[in-house]
Write a protein that binds this ligand. Sequence first.
Ligand SMILES: C[S@@+](CC[C@H](N)C(=O)[O-])C[C@H]1O[C@@H](n2cnc3c(N)ncnc32)[C@H](O)[C@@H]1O
Length: 319
Amino acid sequence: LSEVENNRVKSYIYTYSYHEDEQSLCCLEMRSLFGFDSKSTNLESEIEVVPSRSPFIKERIEIMIESGCFNDLLEQIGQLPAIRSTFKVIYVQNEDLANSEKVIFEERRKLERDIGLLLKGQVDLLYPKRLFGFMRVGERWVFGKLLKGESVWFKHQRKPRSYSTALSTRVARAVVNIAVSNPIGKKVIDPCCGIGTVLVEALSMGINIVGSDLNPLVLSGARENIRYFGYSAEVNRKDIRNLTGNYDVAIIDMPYNLCSVLPENVQLEMLQSARKFAGKIVVVTVEPIDSIIEEAGFNIIDRCVAKKSHFIREIIVCA
Ligand SMILES: C[S@@+](CC[C@H](N)C(=O)[O-])C[C@H]1O[C@@H](n2cnc3c(N)ncnc32)[C@H](O)[C@@H]1O
């Protein structure tokens, strides 16, 4: 198939699934990964992202063939060279279509069979080595290699150690993607790492990250969580106000306590320190902090809210 693929600029369709409370967070993650957001449940881009990176991406089709006419799509599929490994074809439902336009289960299975028979090679419905997907997107039909996302964040929910103010693994994963779109060559720090939720998500994406926290009691928990999932990272006891170094990005989940508020001068000192050791910061906060961010010398570049029923966090990208 590589001959066919070499002749075109690669383009991918990503399908998304999220709760309405997560839309703002998902859109900021899309803007970070792809440069724009899509309010629909799919997004097309020439940028290649592994679906498992995002907690919201369900699957990805790498487009090999497209057409405005389904029969023409079938004809082009019939002309593809033989596939050497076993394969399976999957109809990817476009959740944006009106219910009346959606294709029912039996019809989807029939279309999958039809395409499976057109392709030259061996179908294996149970343990296929490769997946192909086809989907209706707007006025077009697309067909190509299908890659399903794995819910890595879901596995990370089962950490040995937990913490009252920890982020959910889903939010933490999105925040990491918002902070670091392309991990290559990036040096990242989580200077208020708590129990290590952000660290675990970042490490699972191969990101070069270190953690630190003022509270010695959480550090052993963070180290244990990191070890439990088979990763390793430096985790130190440090007050963010005394941190030095040079990092591309800092993810700062601001300390809070439901009964008390951190004094503004302390928040300011924390962010002023971050200004010296990080080029860019992503702040997670449960209380308004814009004026302090600006006083510390940062510009607010983008933002979103992450809701969990009535509990609202803001995620603010600053440089
Ligand atoms: C909201 S929690 C972070 C939770 C973390 N993201 C997680 O999911 O486990 C904020 C953390 O900041 C730490 N902290 C408070 N003041 C700090 C300071 N001056 N320097 C470094 N860490 C600080 C607290 O000990 C707490 O662990």
